[in-house]
Design a protein around this ligand. Sequence first.
Ligand code: HEC
Length: 410
Amino acid sequence: MKTRLLGLSTLLVSTLWLGCDSESPSITPESEEAAQKAVPTWYRDIKPIVAQRCEGCHTATGIGPFALSTYQDAQARAAALADSVKARRMPPWLPSPDCQKFSPERRLSQKEIDLFVAWSQAGAPQGNPADDKSLPPVRLSLESPSVTLDWGEAYTPSAAKQDDYHCFLIDPKLQKDQDLVAYEFAPDQRHEVHHALIYSATMADAKAKDDAAPGLGWPCSGSSDVKSAELVATWVPGETFAEYPTRTGIRIRAGSALIAQLHYNTRHGVTPDRSRLKLRYSESPVPNRATIVPIANASFVINPYQKGATAVASSGPLPVPLKIWGVFPHMHELGRSAKITANNDCLVEIPQWQFHWQQMYFYDSDGITVPKGSEVKYTCTWDNSTGRTIRWGDGTEDEMCIAFFYTTLY
Ligand code: HEC
């Protein structure tokens, strides 16, 4: 299969739960106390986990279908919560733990899962508010942004499409080059905003595209459809804000435009949306300028009802040594599994693909060094449940095999 490499050549680049001691022969006052302690309670054991691991999505306005803000919220569905974490459906986190460690990682430890199960089995006791050792709530928004931007007015997605991909021009009014080091995409209508891709491009290119289409912005799928566009940030549901790895950042040139590509899903109706973007620039130029580079295979053919169809996208031998800090595998709805390797070392593996949970995964470590001449490969596997022949395309019903890498020159 023909593969292609895009852009690489231009690279510049608690409380401890003690467990039930079932073997204790008799219950003395001390062990009774210990047994009491062993039963997890909401305040002591569960609330701290929920605050850290669930509330990012399960709030009144979040994308989770119900809030988990109070004891009553959680107690009412204790069994369902335990079931969802035991089966590792929640929190949603797709990468296999056997490949690499990422940060932040939305994966519960076995101990945390056991606490949920034991708490539910014990009848979801509330416990004592004095035991509440919840860490301060997880920070949900970016501290000290340099700018907050949007596209000036609300956009109402097209009700005629189930998936409306739309691009918006944003003028960051940059007088000088800036290095983007952190950002927050703040969706307005969370139930309909399914992703956001932020690009930088020349103002002339972006304006030409914007002026050519009537109304606010322009319809665009797959990418921004603007030639000079370079990806600078990504957002998917569940992400709050992102900070690029220390001492790295993405340069945005003076006078350039930003383009936000939004994916609106209109399954639950259409509501005018005015999402916002907060950016933090580095005070001084960063030592390691990063680029987000893709590799793609766009020439695959998936036959009707074909199971286990695969395609491999390859970088070819890398012309320069690279440091890879983050990986973002992408496919559409027929994806079954995804794996990225560098010289056969696993960079990320998604054993069970889910279209609605995609993101850039940043490594826990100081990036992964990939020597010159290495081959980076992305293997996509699909199950075609339709009677159609499927090829590369922008529509949700087409497929893609493309992966993005947040890289710096080594
Ligand atoms: C990244 C966002 C996100 C996080 C974090 C998250 N959830 Fe969810 N949750 C969702 C969404 C969206 C749904 C509904 C769609 C679905 O099932 O995927 C859902 C559905 C559920 C459901 C009902 C469906 C099922 O699979 O059982 C339960 C129970 C649940 N979540 C519990 C939790 C618990 C407990 C946590 C924390 C340990 C958590 N969730 C963390 C987004 C999230």
